[in-house]
Ligand binder design. Structure first.
Ligand SMILES: [Zn+2]
Length: 421
């Protein structure tokens, strides 16, 4: 195999479009890193295209001469591609630098290098990816935006939706929220925007359009009026389901309120030791029974003797979870007896929750009937939480949205050497 074709293969350059013209190794000085500079050119038979839209366009001039793109490292050395950057005259975009097959428009990095960096930023975070590849955080941020924008331009995530979930996600302390929409069938995030109010939900329906909104059959959300009123306005034919994930989280919040009341009562009555033990219970109580260790299960059994009110609250939470996993007819009956029990429980947070559940009864039964359950909201919420903590919070909501889409919308780049990429 000839030297140049070995090099072309090592660099993963496409034989149909690119020819390796020459190469040079710039050896490092003290402590530095060597750099392999590879000169390439477009194959003569490949026609010039507009760098912005990809349409075949007539040659205009030689532009600013040679340009350089950082490429994936080769062994211990970094690597740079060098090529002429002629300009074409696009009927739509005017005089533009011609497209090169190995890089995105207006980038100082090759497509493969960007995909690799963005892949790393998704599995860890932007700072880690920046350090790993010796580039700035800002450069990684721009790559994420470029890769996401390109991918979102290729696919229409709002096409063919039948069942969706509308939810809010915190991105920063002090009540800064995004509204996030997921597709129940694919589990993907399909839309996100800063804010949580009627205007935000209307913006989603604007993007969706009237016809596609009319095709929606199911929507899940929590009890929020700002979501429900817009749904009534824009997708009145759809069945509104109350996400079980939200229902269970309401019950968990009620349980925690009871625990806190009991803890305060213990403290007031001078049971400092008991109060301290009680505080530590929190994480055991809110977890699902099947996820507890046998020692933790023992602690809950002991609670039955130690504090009847907290135990009853815990039972109510677990029973509601059971009811929500039953088939429709059994669940209807189960919910009736649960409501009766909760109303008589003399636990104020659960008496209140029973009222709320009666209010949303129709939505809850729709959820049971159509089995649009917590899976999707729960896993997307957890994943979005991981994205936020990996980045140690986000100041810029757009940047957070970009990472959510790259992670959860099915548009993450493959590794450059993955088959078919
Ligand atoms: Zn163009």
């Amino acid at each position: 195999m000839r030297d140049k074709s070995v090099l072309r293969k090592l660099l993963g350059l496409c034989v149909a479009t690119v020819v390796v013209v020459g190469r040079e190794l710039h050896e490092a000085g003290d402590g530095g890193r060597s750099k392999l500079v590879v000169k390439v050119r477009r194959r003569a038979r490949v026609r010039g295209r507009c760098g912005r839209c990809g349409v075949v366009a007539p040659w205009f001039d030689n532009g600013g001469g040679e340009r350089r793109w950082r490429h994936i490292d080769v062994g211990m050395a970094s690597c740079e591609l060098v090529a002429d950057a002629p300009r074409v005259s696009c009927p739509e975009h005017g005089v533009t630098v011609a497209e090169v097959s190995f890089a995105r428009h207006d980038s100082a990095f090759t497509r493969a290098f960007e995909d690799l960096v963005v892949f790393d930023a998704i599995v860890s975070n932007k700072l880690a990816a920046a350090r790993r590849h010796g580039i700035s955080w800002r450069a990684v941020d721009h790559m994420c935006i470029r890769v996401a924008t390109e991918a979102l331009g290729r696919i229409d995530l709002l096409e063919g939706l039948v069942a969706i979930a509308i939810d809010e996600v915190k991105y920063k302390k002090g009540h800064r929220y995004l509204t996030v929409v997921c597709d129940h069938l694919t589990g993907r995030v399909i839309w996100a925007m800063k804010g949580r109010n009627k205007e935000t939900v209307r913006a989603f329906f604007d993007a969706l359009g009237e016809e596609r909104a009319g095709q929606l059959q199911f929507l899940t959300c929590d009890g929020a009026e700002w979501i429900r009123s817009v749904i009534a306005e824009r997708a009145s034919d759809a069945v509104v389901c109350l996400d079980t994930f939200h229902l269970i989280s309401w019950a968990t919040a009620a349980l925690d309120e009871v625990r806190r009341e009991e803890w305060n009562a213990l403290r007031r009555n001078g049971g400092a030791h008991a109060a301290k033990e009680f505080k530590g219970l929190r994480w055991i109580l809110v977890r699902n029974w099947e996820n507890l260790s046998s020692k933790q299960k023992g602690t809950i059994r002991d609670l039955e003797r130690a504090n009847k009110r907290a135990f009853r609250a815990w039972q109510l939470k677990e029973e509601l979870r059971d009811v929500m996993s039953m088939p429709l007819v059994a669940a209807r009956r189960g919910l009736d007896s649960w409501l009766a029990y909760a109303s008589r429980s003399r636990l104020a947070p659960f008496v209140k929750l029973a009222r709320t559940i009666r209010h949303y009864r129709e939505s809850i039964e729709a959820t049971l009937e159509w089995k649009l359950t917590n899976g999707i909201s729960e896993s997307n919420n957890a994943a979005i939480g991981r994205i936020r903590s990996a980045a140690r919070g986000f100041h810029d909501p757009e940047s957070f949205i970009t990472m959510i889409m790259l992670n959860r919308a099915g548009i993450a780049p493959q590794l450059p050497w993955a088959p078919g990429s």
